[in-house]
Design a protein around this ligand. Structure first.
Ligand code: 13P
Ligand code: SF4
Length: 304
């Protein structure tokens, strides 16, 4: 059954000159059929340079919105329009403007997990993979960081010369991973390294052997001489970790590491989206142009 759906999806992708992008947290079967899987940074780059006519974005709303901002001439489909990100909803453009008014002249660094409108009111965007580089690229010694307090505080440790003004947003999925859960797994597997995402609470990140973005985890686990890892991020990442390193062992740090939004998109949703060429994600042109400025400034920073 699922093989038949996959074949129909492949045929429709070809027919519409479409590319299927999937975030590293998507369901296994969606990652399996994707043309490109990656972290938020890799998918933004891909969305900005693809020659496809249609982008099918298997992720959450802000990711498809970023693709629509970067590629206005393409049709961007989000198979599940109800797949949002609670962290992105924790700051509005109005709230950000109020904060800016209180700190005139202070640049705003906005995590891509945010709405197009919030990006439009920002100076530069960042992802978890490039946040440190983005912050270091600023000439100012003070900055506003929205919306993720945990990523912001994690980065701030490496740039003590800069003063951060944080927004108190957070990822509910990562914050459900408790110190107790991690310590329990560490006690069960004393020979394993603990790797976590910077969206994790500071007390959890403090227990980690390495803190990095989702794609950073693939690189780290593949190249590390270690063979056992406790993974502190959304469970979808296990699919490719195990595929990349079948001889290594990966243990999820907490059973709470499931993002309900990232798990919404099914193969049936992808198929329906390609059959109907909907739902389309668009961004009003005035907002798009301003948001694109913040994304472009981020994308201009060279990758490692
Ligand atoms: P990255 O894939 O950029 O590490 O982001 C994690 C995330 O929470 C996306 O929603
Ligand atoms: Fe948002 Fe967290 Fe889900 Fe990512 S994992 S989409 S940050 S709620």
């Amino acid at each position: 059954m699922s093989e038949a759906i996959k074949q129909q999806i492949r045929d429709l992708l070809k027919k519409h000159n479409a590319v299927l992008l999937a975030h590293n947290y998507m369901r296994d079967e969606v990652q399996e059929i994707a043309d490109i899987t990656g972290d938020s940074l890799a998918l933004s780059i891909e969305a900005s340079k693809t020659s496809a006519d249609v982008i099918v974005f298997c992720g959450v709303h802000f990711m498809a919105e970023s693709a629509a901002i970067l590629s206005p001439d393409k049709k961007v489909l989000l198979p599940r329009p109800d797949a949002g990100c609670p962290m992105a909803d924790m700051v509005t453009a109005e709230e950000l403007e109020q904060l800016r008014t209180r700190h005139p002249g202070v640049p705003v660094v906005t995590y891509v997990n945010s709405s197009a409108e919030v990006k439009a009111h920002s100076d530069i965007c960042c992802t978890s993979a490039n946040a440190l580089k983005v912050v270091r690229s600023l000439k100012e010694d003070e900055l506003i960081f929205v919306p993720d307090r945990n990523l912001g505080r994690w980065i701030a440790k490496f740039v003590p010369e800069k003063k951060f003004i944080f927004w108190e947003g957070f990822c509910p999925t990562h914050e459900r991973m408790t110190v107790e859960a991690v310590q329990h797994k560490k006690a069960e597997h004393p020979d394993a390294l603990f790797i976590c995402h910077p969206e994790s609470a500071p007390e959890v990140s403090a227990l980690a052997d390495h803190v990095c973005s989702t794609s950073g985890m693939y690189d780290y686990c593949r190249t590390s001489p270690a063979t056992k890892f406790i993974i502190g991020t959304e469970a979808g990442i296990l699919y490719k970790l195990r595929l990349d390193s079948p001889d290594k062992e990966f243990i999820l740090a907490s059973p709470a590491l499931f993002c309900p939004n990232m798990k919404l998109t099914s193969l049936e949703d992808v198929l329906l989206s390609l059959q109907t060429l909907s739902p389309v994600v668009t961004v009003p042109e005035d907002i798009r142009l301003k948001a694109k400025g913040a994304l472009d400034r981020m994308l201009a920073i060279p990758r490692d």
